[in-house]
Design a binder for this molecule. Structure first.
Ligand code: PLP
Length: 506
């Protein structure tokens, strides 16, 4: 048909039109030929290479990958793009499909290297667990456990009682309950201790922790009424005292985890608040937040805020996160008076907030480290050890890295140096504290540092550093064991051929 039309056009409109038409016709024909030449899915599935894929992956995955490849090529052909022709038995089908399948089975939650210097990085999963906790998880994850079985009495046990005495021993509390996170712990205890009644809270402690955890809203959800006292910067004991009435269910103190108020300020310390509460027959709860158990060094400015200090001061209930400075798994720990904790555990909402065996396993192992002694905890709990690492040791390490790699990296087009800097604790703990630290600095006159940084984020083990002043900074304070090897591998690659890293060039 088209051929005939071409002939007809030549007769009436001349040579140019005929040439153009023939060209269109032949491009069209070529496209049709290529489209028709795309193999059938069924035929592809019979090929030897694809059969190999089928022994590694589910058939539905392989079919989907091939269908995607076919659709992609069909689309590009139709759009007039130049597409390489692959015969049905071409190895390219297997190659490309395998890439897709590998991408598909790649875990989305992966280990990353925290080179930000932020010890408790909320986006990077807060506290990494210590060795003992990891071993316990490994041991228990794939087995049955006595989670709710009393091995002595051969009867139903309680998951909550498994850790209670250990938690009490390390905190000095009378009882303990573990829930899913500290937000849940606060909500549960407000409900248990003050449902339908007033909770007195200083205006200086009406915090937003992040996400949607804002104290006034939490109280609404928990079914308690907020009674604000004092001002943003100053709250006195008499402010609490004057607010106490028949309606009062609880005096609440909240750690200002992610901000500081400086200047003309006054707050009532937990001890004084507990004194007032007990004189007037009102319970006192402290949302401590970080789970710092022991008294930290004086320059942290946290005097009186450790979980132990709060229990010594007589707080009825203290709530804290398992995965902040405590250095355990994500959970919320409630420590305090047995009567309140018993009441909370019986509320229907407690069932919705309960933790699983893996959380309890990791928490128990972490608690055990504290039970061995404070010095052991400072050494073996990764966040505590990161916070207490001597700056001089980090400076020495940085100098070592620069000496070891500067020349090699230079051959690859990179400069390496280091600088002293300030690391932050992060993760809603110790907002005012910075720690002296050392950062490696990678710069380049030939490579794009920002493209390089992006490439680091998509490596098998992504490395998260800081982009600043046109350089990539890797803070040494937050490296964990094994991270140095991964960075060495990276430097090796960077030192290698410039060609390998051409993709980082703009
Ligand atoms: C972090 C924090 C919370 C929230 O704890 P999650 O474990 O993140 O739910 C609540 N209160 C304070 C004071 C905190 O520091």
């Amino acid at each position: 048909m088209t051929q005939q039309k071409g002939v007809f056009e030549r007769q009436i409109t001349g040579l140019e039109v005929q040439a153009e038409a023939e060209q269109t016709v032949s491009a069209d024909q070529e496209r049709h030929r290529l489209l028709a030449g795309l193999p059938q899915l069924g035929r592809l599935l019979e090929q030897e290479g694809i059969q190999r894929l089928l022994s590694d992956y589910p058939r539905t995955w392989v079919s989907e990958a091939l269908r995607e490849l076919l659709a992609d090529r069909r689309g590009r052909l139709k759009a007039g793009e130049e597409v390489e022709v692959w015969a049905v038995d071409s190895e390219r089908w297997e190659e490309r499909a395998r890439e897709k399948l590998e991408e598909r089975e790649r875990p989305r939650l992966v280990r990353v290297i925290n080179a930000t210097g932020v010890v408790l990085h909320t986006n990077l999963g807060r506290a990494p667990l210590g060795r003992l906790a990891c071993e316990r998880l490994q041991e228990l994850a794939g087995t049955y456990t006595n989670l709710e079985f009393d091995l002595q009495r051969r009867e139903r046990g309680s998951r909550q009682s498994l850790l209670e005495s250990a938690l009490c021993a390390v905190t000095g509390a009378e009882a303990a309950l573990v829930v899913n996170n500290n937000a849940a712990a606060v909500m549960l205890m407000l409900q248990a201790m003050s449902a339908g009644r007033e909770v007195i809270l200083s205006r200086g402690e009406m915090v937003e922790i992040g996400g949607s955890f804002r104290m006034p809203e939490v109280m609404e959800v928990a079914g308690v009424r907020l009674r604000e006292v004092g001002t943003t910067n100053r709250t006195h004991l008499r402010d609490y005292e004057q607010a106490i009435s028949e309606e009062t269910g609880l005096l609440l103190k909240v750690h200002r985890s992610n901000f500081v108020i400086e200047g003309f300020v006054k707050e009532v310390e937990a001890e004084a608040l507990v004194g007032l509460g007990h004189r007037r027959g009102v319970s006192v709860m402290v949302d401590q937040g970080s789970g710092m158990l022991m008294e930290p060094p004086a320059h942290w400015g946290e005097r009186g805020w450790s979980v132990r200090a709060l229990h010594r001061a007589g707080a009825d209930v203290v709530t804290w996160s398992g995965d902040k400075l405590f250095g355990g798994p994500q959970c919320g720990v409630i420590t305090g008076k047995a009567s309140w904790i018993k009441k909370a555990a019986k509320l229907p909402i407690a069932r919705a907030l309960r933790v699983d065996k893996l959380t309890l396993a990791a928490l128990e192992a972490t608690v055990q480290v504290y039970a061995y002694g404070d010095d052991i905890a400072w050494r073996d709990i990764p966040v505590l050890s990161a916070l207490s690492t001597d700056a001089e040791a980090l400076y020495e390490q940085a100098e070592f890295w620069v000496q070891r790699w500067r020349a090699a990296l230079k051959r690859g087009g990179w400069s390496l140096s280091w600088e002293k800097a300030e690391a932050r604790v992060g993760g809603g703990s110790l907002p005012a504290l910075t720690l002296p630290t050392a950062r490696l600095c990678l710069g380049s006159a030939v490579h794009s540092v920002s493209l390089f940084e992006a490439a680091l984020r998509t490596r098998t083990i992504p490395i998260i550093g800081l982009l600043e002043r046109g350089c990539l900074w890797l803070d040494l304070r937050t490296w964990l064991s094994g991270d140095a090897e991964a960075v060495s591998c990276l430097f090796e690659e960077m030192a290698g051929s410039r060609e390998d890293l051409r993709s980082h060039r703009e």
